[in-house]
Write a protein that binds this ligand. Structure first.
Ligand code: DP6
Length: 335
C-alpha cells in the first residue's frame, strides 16, 4: 500500500465475558500469550465502535475516546496499531475515534471489544487481508480477551498444544464454540461502580503469577475446565455450567486475593449480589454469577429469565443500574 492514500474503516465489536477465566500470561512470551485456556460469551448490547483514519497530513497518532481527546490510553493503542502498520509496510499516522456505550475500564471488558474493533478496522483500512485466525492472534497480542471478541456466541482459547511463537502473531488464537442462537443465554450486568478500576488486568495477573502461592494449581486446572465447559455448552446443561463457571470465577479471585499486594476486586455490593444469585438459583431460577477484574456483577440467565433477574438485581442495595444483554455477534466492519 502507498503511504499517501487516506485510508478509513469503521468496525464494531462487543465485549465478552469469560465463563472459564483467563488470568496469567505465559513466561517469556513476546506476544502476550496466555498461560491458561479460557471460554467466553460475547454480548450484544454493549459495544465499541471504532473509526480509523490513516492520513499523511497528520503529524502523529491521536485518539478520541467517547468524544474527547485522550492521551493516557494513546501509547498502548498506538503501538498496537504500529504492529499492523508494519505488516502493511507504512508509517502513516492515524486518528483513532472510538466510543463505548458502557463504562470504560471498569471490569466490563472494554479492552476486549476495543482491540477487537481496532484489529478488524485496521485489517480493512490497511488492506491486510488477514484471516480470522490471524486477526484473533493480533487481537490477543494486544489484549488476551480481545481474541475472543472476534467471534460471536461462545468462543474459546484452547492452548495446551502451543509452542510459544514470536510477535507479532504468536501462537494462540480464539475459535468459535457455538453461535449465539445455539443457546440464547441472557446476561444482566449489575453496575456497582462507574469508576475505572485501580489495578488493571495486565498488572494484576502479572502480580498473581509472581506472588500467588495458588498459581500453579490454577494453571493445572484450566484446560480441563474449558473442555468440560465446552461440552456443557454443546449439551445446553445450564445447572452444570453454572456450577463450573462460578467455580472458575471464584478460583480466579482466590488466586488474585492471595497475591501480594492482594487484589480485591469486589465491593460489598458485589458479594451481596453473588449471595443473592446463589439463593435465587437454589430457589429454582436458572441464573449464575461471574465477576471479572472490577466490582460489577454479571448474572448469566437461561433463555427467557433476563427480565426477572434484571428486576431482582435492580432491587438490591448497591446496584446502580442493570444493563441487559443477549449473546451477540463477533467483531465486524460497518459501512
Ligand atoms: C478477568 O484480556 O484484559 O477479564 O491480556 O493483559 O490485556 P491483557 O488482559 P485482559 O484480561 C481479562 C481478564 C478477565 C478474565 C477473562 O476475560 O478471561
Amino acid at each position: 500500500m502507498t503511504d499517501n492514500a487516506i485510508r478509513q474503516a469503521t468496525a464494531i465489536a462487543h465485549p465478552n465475558i469469560a465463563l472459564i477465566k483467563y488470568w496469567g500470561k505465559a513466561e517469556n512470551t513476546t506476544a502476550n500469550e496466555p498461560a491458561v485456556s479460557s471460554l467466553s460469551i460475547t454480548l450484544d448490547e454493549l459495544a465499541t465502535r471504532t473509526t480509523l483514519t490513516f492520513d499523511t497530513a497528520y503529524k502523529t497518532d491521536r485518539l478520541t475516546l467517547n468524544g474527547k481527546p485522550d492521551t493516557a490510553k494513546l501509547p498502548r493503542i498506538s503501538s498496537a496499531l504500529s504492529v499492523m502498520r508494519q505488516l502493511a509496510g507504512i508509517t502513516t499516522p492515524c486518528h483513532i475515534d472510538t466510543s463505548n456505550n458502557f463504562p470504560t475500564g471498569a471490569g466490563l471488558a472494554s479492552s476486549a471489544s476495543g482491540f477487537a474493533a481496532l484489529v478488524v478496522a485496521a485489517n480493512q483500512a490497511l488492506d491486510l487481508n488477514l484471516s480470522l485466525q490471524q486477526q484473533s492472534k493480533l487481537a490477543r497480542a494486544m489484549s488476551g480477551s480481545a481474541a475472543r471478541s472476534l467471534f460471536g456466541g461462545f468462543a474459546k482459547i484452547y492452548l495446551p498444544h502451543a509452542q510459544l511463537e514470536p510477535a507479532p502473531f504468536g501462537a494462540n488464537y480464539a475459535e468459535p464454540v457455538a453461535p449465539a442462537d445455539h443457546w440464547p443465554l441472557e446476561v444482566c450486568v449489575g453496575v456497582v461502580s462507574e469508576e475505572e478500576k485501580a489495578i488493571g488486568s495486565t498488572a494484576g495477573m502479572e502480580n498473581s503469577r509472581n506472588t500467588s502461592p495458588y498459581y500453579s494449581a490454577w494453571i493445572a486446572g484450566n484446560d480441563a475446565d474449558v473442555i468440560n465447559a465446552e461440552a456443557l455448552v454443546k449439551a445446553r446443561d445450564f445447572d452444570k455450567l453454572a456450577e463450573l463457571s462460578e467455580f472458575s470465577c471464584l478460583k480466579m479471585h482466590a488466586l488474585a486475593l492471595a497475591s501480594r499486594p492482594a487484589l480485591l476486586y469486589w465491593s460489598g455490593a458485589t458479594m451481596d449480589a453473588m449471595r443473592a444469585i446463589q439463593r435465587w438459583r437454589a430457589e429454582g431460577t436458572p441464573v449464575f454469577f461471574t465477576v471479572d477484574a472490577g466490582p460489577q456483577i454479571k448474572a448469566i440467565c437461561a433463555p427467557g429469565y433476563g427480565e426477572l433477574v434484571a428486576q431482582r438485581l435492580s432491587e438490591l442495595a448497591g446496584i446502580k443500574r442493570v444493563i441487559r444483554c443477549k449473546l451477540g455477534q463477533g467483531a465486524r466492519l460497518l459501512d
